[in-house]
Design a protein around this ligand. Structure first.
Ligand code: ADP
Length: 487
């Protein structure tokens, strides 16, 4: 059943299009991953609705672009405030459809609001340049202007923050934007859309179009093929990222792709042991291991290996697994049966090839259909599946290493390049290893690296483009050269 909300009108099940709630031709069910029960039937967008949203966004563009950045910022700020004021309800909806513990869901609401707050300010600083000419009768400027109508396709693991992280810079830049949230988590997205309306966002400036898994493909195709859509931002799997990039070739869209990761988490002998253990818990088990920057391979240097495993095992064994709405729960269910099957396959494969489940390793069907114990595997080798692929679950595989050169080679031996972490107190090593890691983001002596003011994003097959920071605004701006002659 649905959670009881303080404000029941935050429960929306239609699409927001052109400032109105619109029903698509069919509906799809949203489930609670903790027990599999149905939560709501949500309108599914088809190609027609996707096209109508583009047209509404195009109509809304001139007036929105013409407003001052300050005015746009005030609206974003008001929206952020409403998200914060309704944090309890948003968190309830999020936990119901996504599964994360309520405390984490509340944290995400605040994180999501922080992007609106940050870009409400940063939108005022879209500076240009004056470039001296080699020709005395010319004056030359570089201006930056909004790219136009933008589309965003977002994942289920951060049902709110992955939306504001794209929408805030787009709107701040003067673009209009359409969002297709993940089919698993449309309710949080629609509640946020309701609050955007209440904040006073003009009609057509923001559209939110939920779609079933099948219709999501159609919406993606429609937006990719539409010449009016000038930018597509996507967070999700590398596989789908490749499809969207190929589909966008015909209209040469600008793209921001935040794709899969396979983060190494390295602990050198000279690390602060307690801090490294704490960082590993945060970087691994947050959101039940379902983030693209979760530590996916723990490389521990031989001299500190046993002590680290000992301490981490204690912490992992004490993690409270359960339904996200229950007090004190730290690790929730996985998103669905497919996710659970992958986690189990990775653990089974590692055990079959000689790894040891130091903590956990089992399904917990007594708790619900998609619960897996927080798990710590030791004796993992680079051949095992968990050392090669993104697990996206609460499993920490520990690999032992000897030298800095060896671990850098192991850490970089991946097609992915999103986030990497390491712990060391040797200043020379900190600089050397941070330089050597082929990752878009490197956390040194911390397991938490995301923040509205920082450029989040990857290299290699983790995608390109940045979200957050002043770099995140650049994605939504075109550069225009203005060259004035006959001065
Ligand atoms: P995950 O494996 O984490 O579910 P996906 O990449 O499959 O990640 O999904 C992320 C988002 O991409 C979701 O909103 C989903 O509906 C959407 N999506 C999946 N496949 C396609 C596709 N072929 N075209 C457009 N969107 C898609």
């Amino acid at each position: 059943a649905l959670p009881a909300l303080h404000d029941a009108s935050l429960l929306r099940t239609d699409a927001l299009l052109g400032g109105e709630w619109v029903t698509g031709p069919s509906r799809f069910a949203v489930h609670n991953p903790a027990h599999g029960g149905a939560l709501a039937e949500v309108s599914s967008a088809d190609a027609d609705l996707a096209r109508l949203a583009v047209e509404a966004a195009e109509r809304a563009l001139p007036a929105w672009r013409a407003r001052s950045a300050r005015e746009r910022g005030l609206l974003l700020g008001r929206w952020a405030q409403l998200l914060r004021q309704n944090a309890d309800d948003l968190a309830q909806l999020m936990t119901a459809e996504q599964g994360k513990p309520l405390a984490e869901a509340r944290g995400e609401v605040s994180y999501a609001a922080s992007f609106l707050e940050w870009y409400a300010e940063e939108g005022k600083r879209v500076y240009g340049e004056t470039i001296p000419s080699s020709d005395t009768n010319k004056r030359q400027w570089v201006w930056r202007q909004p790219v136009g109508v933008c589309a965003a396709i977002t994942p289920w693991n951060f049902p709110l923050a992955m939306i504001t992280r794209k929408v805030a810079p787009a709107l701040a830049a003067g673009c209009t934007v359409m969002v297709k949230p993940a089919e698993q988590t449309p309710l949080t997205a629609l509640a946020a859309a309701e609050l955007a309306l209440r904040a006073g966002l003009p009609a057509g400036v923001l559209a939110v179009l939920p779609a079933s898994a099948e219709d999501s493909v159609v919406v993606g195709q429609t937006w990719c093929a539409h010449p009016t859509v000038r930018h597509l931002s996507f967070t999700g799997s590398t596989e789908v990222g490749r499809i969207l990039m190929a589909q966008s070739a015909s209209t040469l869209k600008r793209l921001s792709l935040e794709l899969g990761g396979h983060a190494p988490f390295i602990v050198f002998d000279d690390a602060d042991l307690d801090s490294a253990v704490e960082g590993a818990v945060q970087a691994k088990y947050r959101n039940t291991g379902q983030t693209c920057i979760c530590a996916n391979r723990l490389f521990i240097q031989a001299g500190i290996h046993d002590a680290f495993v000992e301490k981490l095992a204690e912490r992992v064994a004490a993690l409270h697994l359960g339904v996200g709405t229950q007090p004190g729960v730290q690790v929730g269910p996985l998103i669905d049966a497919q996710a659970l099957a992958k986690v189990k396959a990775h653990v089974d494969d590692a055990l079959a090839l000689g790894a040891t489940a130091r903590v956990g390793g089992n399904l917990r069907t007594d708790l619900g259909p998609t619960f897996f114990e927080p798990t710590l595997l030791t004796g993992v080798t680079p051949k095992m599946r968990c050392a090669v692929e993104e697990t996206f679950g609460p499993v920490a595989p520990v690999l032992k290493f000897d030298t800095e050169a060896q671990v850098i080679a192991l850490a970089n031996a991946s097609e992915f390049g999103l986030a990497g972490y390491f712990y060391s107190r040797d200043i020379g090593r900190v600089i050397r290893v941070a330089e050597a890691l082929d990752y878009g983001m490197v956390g040194v002596n911390t397991g938490l690296i995301s923040s509205a003011e920082l450029p989040f994003g990857g290299i290699k097959q983790s995608g390109f483009g940045r979200e957050g920071g002043h770099q995140g605004l650049d994605e939504y701006l075109d550069t225009k050269l203005v060259c004035v002659g006959d001065v």
